[in-house]
Design a protein around this ligand. Structure first.
Ligand SMILES: [Zn+2]
Ligand SMILES: [Zn+2]
Length: 240
């Protein structure tokens, strides 16, 4: 057993038993090495954990650090961090979430709980469990983008008037025949099933936002039902 590490653990207030657990040896074996290296085992009154900077610990925990990570950052043992967190009434995000999971939420439709990613936010009940509202809406937004990416790809991936293809968010579906429109393929529309959205996309042409505005404004005409290759494109006029 190395002198340096033994000395470090002892200076951190670890007992022979604790060091024994670390190195997988009986405490008496640890005691043997302590004497052999001419070190002194921590006296009873030194068993109290070392002091840590409470504000620093608070800051690390608030930043989402685990006990072990905080111990590393503060240069003390995890048990010291555990001790001070208890004394200071701190808990890691993981501890908070575990505690909350154990508490009754009385079947309320919503509850203020702690999300790993979003901190303390409103959770909504979904069957037996609660789900972070922000995680849920992010998931919806991801799904929308994914469905739209598929539909856009299937529609040729570019504006059928000018060929623009740089940004998905600037590409829009335009219904060739408004009477056949079941629902709009705007942000809300693509939350429907992919199959339903596909049926709708088949009635549309893909336009960039600029060309879409020109079509809606009547200064560009798409030949109905065509691949929109025959577009009559008059010289731009100032509508104002
Ligand atoms: Zn969340
Ligand atoms: Zn365009």
């Amino acid at each position: 057993m190395g002198r340096e590490e033994l000395e470090r653990w002892l200076s951190q207030g670890e007992s022979l038993a604790q060091i024994g657990v670390r190195v997988g040896k009986h405490p008496s074996t640890v005691g043997y090495w302590v004497r052999k290296h001419g070190l002194a085992a921590a006296r009873r009154d030194r068993h109290a954990p070392r002091g840590v900077d409470g504000d620093e610990l608070r800051r690390l925990v608030a930043a989402g650090m685990s006990q072990n990570a905080a111990a590393g950052a503060l240069g003390v043992s995890p048990s010291t961090v555990r001790y001070w967190m208890g004394r200071l009434g701190l808990e890691t995000g993981r501890m908070t979430r575990r505690r909350e999971r154990g508490t009754q939420v009385d079947g309320a439709p919503a509850a203020l709980l702690t999300c790993e990613r979003h901190g303390q936010v409103t959770f909504h009940r979904r069957g037996e469990r609660y789900r972070c509202g922000r995680c849920a809406s992010e998931a919806v937004a991801r799904r929308r983008r994914r469905v739209k990416r598929i539909l856009v790809q299937e529609a040729g991936g570019r504006c059928c008037v000018c060929g623009y293809d740089r940004y998905l968010g600037a590409l829009e579906f335009h219904h060739l025949d408004p009477r056949s429109k079941a629902f709009s393929l705007s942000a809300a529309g693509v939350t429907r099933s992919l199959a339903k959205a596909r049926v709708e996309a088949a009635k549309c042409v893909l336009l960039c936002a600029n060309c879409h505005a020109e079509v809606e404004g009547g200064i560009v005409t798409l030949a109905s039902g065509s691949e929109a290759t025959n577009v009559s494109r008059p010289v731009a006029t100032d509508p104002g």
